[in-house]
Design a protein. Structure first.
Length: 499
């Protein structure tokens, strides 16, 4: 059955829920389209991984991407020959960068080099080994699987991706203590960075964290000299981020083993803002894990001293986070963010009640948006943890005992909140709203897919808070229709992996 789609784009999630088929063309096998126009879905539609250099690919034994989905059971769905011709790989990588990092794709290019903001300069990829080609093929394949809602393709791409990591480890071990050539360093950069970009999502077998572990191992094999380079520092920060996110999702501090010391520099004064924020975030998962253990305890009376100690431990990150925010303000000229009227059209917006979020946030750059989103997410998780502890204490101690630990934390909150009450949902709600109002900026086409993926973890944090509140039905409805939201020159209609 074919009916007009009120959201004017192919394969929207609403049509899928209603078991309807949009009247617009579905993505062809192996081809992915991104609509950049709301009024006309065929305008500015980009064929991301089309059959570029098809004749050249067939001669070199490379299976065309348009046939990738028909070969998901093969040993290598895309790659048949390890020595695919360099021009094809170069074209494919350029298309990949164009979608993920539009600004980098528009930068100056040298012979056999491509400027990319996330890897600085990729040196001489034309002579890179077969493991690099396999990892790039897996990237393309997983993208096809995501946008075509094909879990089999995503699973297969993850397998190929893991094989590329294993091949890279073998290559590095075989070199031993010799100085690494550019292709190996380039391969490590692309594999690990794309691990963070592509697999930061749920999986039945937790493949995302396994890939991150593999990437971390590669960094260790490359040695300290590699971590001292600009690319190396960036990679260590990425690996730490995915580890911290996974620790929050699972509420297990054991995942952070080995990540505590992976900082850019030894001195706290020399920390990059992101690394400093990570140092603060890494303190909370162990507290969350301890709370879960106490929740399963039978002897509540014996738990009271532990709860008080955990509550006191929360006061440190609270004060330090506020100090970190002041440091961010000092390093950014002008405002950190400001509000503008929202132009996004979410189906949950009511004609009578108005928009759920009538204003959206604007930021000086995507980097500032990333830092603030992580900062707000951390505050929400910290304050909800404090709420959890306070709730447990209320059922175990008298009023005078409860007042003590709450009062001990007031110093950190008085700088932001004028009242002397303990943490309440009215304090957390504005932080969750800040995250929601940042989505429109991050989803801009000019920010590439990197912008949308920066929101995955913060949106998970905000939604978990809204789900715990009985008076936040409008916000939850907004979240449920987020994939059906449209806006001019945006990527709202991209299908992404939610937590």
């Amino acid at each position: 059955m074919s009916l007009p789609c009120d959201l004017s784009r192919p394969a929207c999630s609403r049509c899928k829920r209603l078991s309807l088929r949009c009247e617009y063309l579905d993505p062809q096998q192996g081809q992915v389209f991104i609509n950049r126009s709301v009024t006309n879905p065929f305008v500015k539609a980009v064929d991301i991984f089309s059959n570029v250099n098809k004749s050249t690919s067939e001669k070199s034994g490379l299976v065309a991407l348009s046939r990738a989905r028909q070969n998901v059971g093969a040993e290598h769905p895309i790659l048949k020959h390890p020595d695919a011709e360099p021009p094809y790989r170069m074209t494919l990588l350029c298309k990949f960068i164009e979608i993920y990092f539009p600004e980098a794709a528009q930068g100056p290019k040298r012979i056999r080099q491509t400027l990319a903001s996330w890897v600085r300069i990729l040196p001489d990829i034309a002579i890179t080994n077969s493991a690099y080609t396999t990892s790039l093929a897996a990237l393309c394949l997983v993208q096809i699987g995501i946008w075509n809602h094909d879990h089999i393709v995503k699973k297969e791409s993850s397998r190929v991706y893991g094989a590329a990591l294993g091949e890279l480890r073998k290559t590095i071990r075989s070199i031993g203590r010799q100085k690494f050539l550019a292709p190996e360093a380039t391969l490590a950069s692309i594999v690990i960075l794309s691990t963070y970009e592509q697999f930061l999502g749920p999986s039945e077998q937790n493949s995302g964290w396994m890939h991150a572990r593999g990437g971390s191992h590669i960094l260790q094999l490359l040695g300290s000299s590699f971590s001292e380079t600009p690319v190396g520092r960036l990679l260590f920060a990425k690996i730490r981020t995915i580890g911290i996110v996974e620790a929050f999702r699972t509420r297990q501090a054991s995942i952070l083993d080995g990540l505590e010391g992976q900082c850019c520099m030894n001195e706290p004064e020399g920390h990059d803002l992101l690394c400093h924020l990570q140092d603060l975030m890494i303190q909370l998962p162990s507290i969350m894990e301890a709370l879960d253990i106490l929740d399963a305890s039978i002897n509540e009376t014996a738990d009271t001293p532990v709860l008080i100690q955990l509550l006191q431990l929360c006061s440190g990150p609270d004060v330090e986070l506020l100090a970190w925010n002041e440091k961010l303000k000092n390093q950014v000229q002008g405002q950190l963010y400001w509000t503008v009227p929202s132009v996004a059209n979410n189906p949950s917006d009511d004609l009578i009640l108005g928009r759920v979020f009538p204003h959206s946030f604007q930021f000086p750059c995507l980097r500032v948006a990333q830092l603030l989103l992580l900062y707000w997410s951390m505050l929400i998780l910290l304050y909800r943890t404090i709420q959890h502890i306070q709730k447990r204490l209320k059922s175990q101690v008298n009023h005078s005992t409860k007042t003590g630990p709450c009062f001990a934390l007031q110093g950190g909150w008085n700088e932001v909140y004028s009242d002397n009450s303990c943490v309440s949902s009215t304090i957390i709600a504005p932080l969750a709203n800040n995250i929601s109002q940042s989505v429109e900026y991050c989803y801009r086409t000019e920010n590439g897919i990197h912008g949308t993926q920066l929101t995955i973890f913060p949106l998970w944090v905000a939604r978990r808070f809204y789900e715990s509140q009985s008076d936040r039905s409008q916000e939850l409805a907004w979240y449920s229709e987020l994939s059906n939201t449209t806006a001019p020159d945006s990527r709202f209609d991209l299908y992404k992996l939610p937590y």
